[in-house]
Design a protein around this ligand. Sequence first.
Ligand SMILES: *Cc1c(COP(=O)(O)O)cnc(C)c1O
Length: 230
Amino acid sequence: MSSISENIVSVKKRIKYAAERSGRDWREIKIVAVTKTFPAEYIMEAYKYGIKDIGENRVQEAFSKYSVISKSVIWHLVGHLQTNKVKKALEIFDLIHSVDSIRLAEEINRRANSLNKVAEVLVEVNTTSEDSKFGITPKKTVEFVKEISQLSNIAVMGLMTIGVFSENPEDSRKYYVMLRELKERLEDYDLGNGKMKYLSMGMSNDFEVAVEEGANIVRIGTAIFGNREV
Ligand SMILES: *Cc1c(COP(=O)(O)O)cnc(C)c1O
């Protein structure tokens, strides 16, 4: 499994170069290691090499790993969340990247309230306008953030998007620009409970482009852990 450590070194290096190219400080960029379909041991291995943020896309799968990981890692839900899984999700996850409806936001707010906590969330934006993807349309994002920012047990921490699946990472660039500009608009309007902090964008195939366009969370699976069997 030593290749996990080598992959982490290489991903970090590539993030560093991409940050330097765009005049950014690489230390402000968080790597979320996406461990979906991989066993809990992979989380421990990544942890040994300095990874503290773990991404999962299913609540149930995350729970089975969460219950055996003794280290204090930060858990990110990067996949779609159904309202009937919110209660469990809030027990596990520190940041939910995938808020994409008022109904979901209200349910998170209600459950967070009964746990006496404030749930940190990102709003997922469907920048590529693909039917197969979840997310708020770019057009409706400002209004959406305005609305859910009223909920007292939700803190809107930023925006998330998924680029295009393509051999060419440049194909995602315009969508990452779009997300950054949306975040800037929200900051101008002072929306999102004053905490518009994160831009979660960039995966194994295109994270350097995302970093160049301002990502401060990149979500990386295969470039660290290898190919998933599906
Ligand atoms: C699986 C997944 C990732 C990681 O994808 P890789 O291509 O393996 O890096 C990132 N974000 C989301 C939402 C995912 O579902």
